[in-house]
Ligand binder design. Structure first.
Ligand SMILES: *[C@@H]1O[C@H](CO)[C@@H](O)[C@H](O)[C@H]1NC(C)=O
Ligand SMILES: *[C@@H]1O[C@H](CO)[C@@H](O)[C@H](O)[C@H]1NC(C)=O
Ligand SMILES: *[C@@H]1O[C@H](CO)[C@@H](O)[C@H](O)[C@H]1NC(C)=O
Length: 214
């Protein structure tokens, strides 16, 4: 008893001891966070699926190789074991055509409460972008005759794990990256500005699994 008091007393005065206990406590904390993160993000716990997409403009001005686009994608983010609430923030989406990024969009933060399985994120991209080099333009000419375009949509998000329903305690979660390889047909917009050769079934879209990495 006396010895314990002695040790505690000397410990309180010793900076080395203070740093050591701080390090031990910090390591314990890191271990707990690592466990929580592992339990939440084990493979198969998080799935992303491109459930819908609408490509209402996708055309190339051949002289300048300027791509005009209007694309929106609905990505379902599903957690199969949603025991903890998760907040996604700093969410950015990019669209690529044959390895060239042609569009960038920022998305609002959102939370997935503990009981929610699936949340849909809907990035949309509109504008023009000049393609560089001839490869993407050549690919466009080829795909334009088929009427199906290969577009990748990627997303990156940071996460926060909410340990309590009232969200007083938050832990930083892993950064999540999604890559959705899409094969899209042009969907004529309501203002029948363009007609395509392959529009017999414009609404048809196969849900596509997205690849997730951390
Ligand atoms: C893009 O397409 C959507 C429908 O998919 C339409 O509502 C919107 O007005 C279009 N935007 C532009 C700038 O054409
Ligand atoms: C979540 O998914 C499971 C099956 O994967 C289902 O049994 C459960 O009802 C779902 N919960 C909600 C809130 O949708
Ligand atoms: C679509 O085309 C039809 C004729 O085919 C025309 O009557 C209608 O006004 C067009 N709609 C729009 C929004 O331009």
């Amino acid at each position: 008893m006396g010895a314990g008091g002695e040790v505690r007393y000397s410990c309180r005065r010793s900076a080395v001891c203070g740093v050591a206990s701080c390090v031990v406590a910090g390591m314990g904390c890191v271990l707990v966070v690592a466990m929580v993160v592992y339990l939440m993000f084990r493979p198969n716990l998080l799935h992303a699926t491109a459930a819908g997409a609408e490509l209402s403009t996708f055309s190339l001005a051949l002289k300048e190789w300027t791509l005009s686009y209007n694309l929106s994608v609905g990505v379902d983010l599903t957690r199969h074991n949603a025991r903890l609430a998760l907040r996604y923030h700093s969410i950015a989406a990019d669209a690529y055509y044959h390895d060239q990024r042609f569009a960038h969009a920022l998305l609002p933060d959102f939370s997935q409460p503990a009981s929610t399985n699936t949340t849909r994120i809907t990035p949309s991209f509109q504008g023009r972008h000049q393609l560089l080099g001839g490869l993407a333009a050549a690919a466009f000419r080829r795909e334009d005759t088929e009427g199906i375009y290969s577009i990748h949509v990627t997303m990156a998000a940071k996460t926060e794990i909410k340990l309590t329903p009232s969200a007083i305690i938050r832990l930083p979660g892993p950064n999540i990256k999604l890559d959705c390889p899409l094969r899209l047909r042009l969907h004529p917009s309501p203002s029948n500005a363009t007609t395509t050769t392959n529009n017999h079934n414009p609404h048809h879209f196969h849900p596509t699994a997205c690849h997730i990495s951390y």
